[in-house]
Design a protein around this ligand. Structure first.
Ligand code: SF4
Ligand code: SF4
Length: 142
């Protein structure tokens, strides 16, 4: 059995970290619709996200530096509902399989770019925009 098919509770630390597809979606600023609970994603990324690679530039210290960073763990289960529906952690938490475009299955990050899942090059850093206009930058809804 491939490790990404095992329950989250059985993953090693390395396997857990490798599950992330690097889409960058969880690092976008977002709003929640009070009536529908839908998550409204903007194209504005956390200041620590490298928007060209979609990787956190200070992963080890992320929570200390960004208070609302979503640290994903089984000790913090309410976080899974806040993750994008495509997120590998959310999918596996809900007992679903990874999609074919996940790099662990396709063998390449390019499949994520082709599917439009990757936010690489699609978003801007909060350092480079006027955050007062954040609501005008909503790009997709889940
Ligand atoms: S949404 Fe999930 S899979 Fe995508 S970067 Fe965030 S943690 Fe990784
Ligand atoms: S601190 Fe890093 S992991 Fe957390 S939201 Fe920002 S870029 Fe993403």
């Amino acid at each position: 059995m491939n490790f990404w098919e095992k329950p989250l509770t059985e993953l090693t630390h390395e396997e857990w970290e490798a599950l992330c597809d690097g889409c960058g979606r969880c690092c976008l600023h977002k709003f929640q619709d009070e009536d529908t609970d839908e998550i409204l994603y903007t194209d504005v990324a956390c200041r620590l996200l490298d928007t060209s690679t979609c990787r956190c530039t200070d992963y080890a210290n992320r929570k200390a530096k960004v208070a609302d960073c979503l640290v994903i763990s089984l000790e913090n289960q309410e976080v899974f509902a806040l993750l994008p529906s495509t997120c590998a952690y959310r999918l596996r938490y809900e007992g679903k399989s990874l999609d074919d475009w996940h790099p662990l299955i396709s063998g390449s990050y390019e499949s994520m770019v082709e599917e439009g899942i990757s936010m690489r090059g699609e978003v801007v850093s909060e350092n480079d925009v006027d955050m007062d206009g954040l609501e005008e930058r909503i790009k997709f809804v889940e």
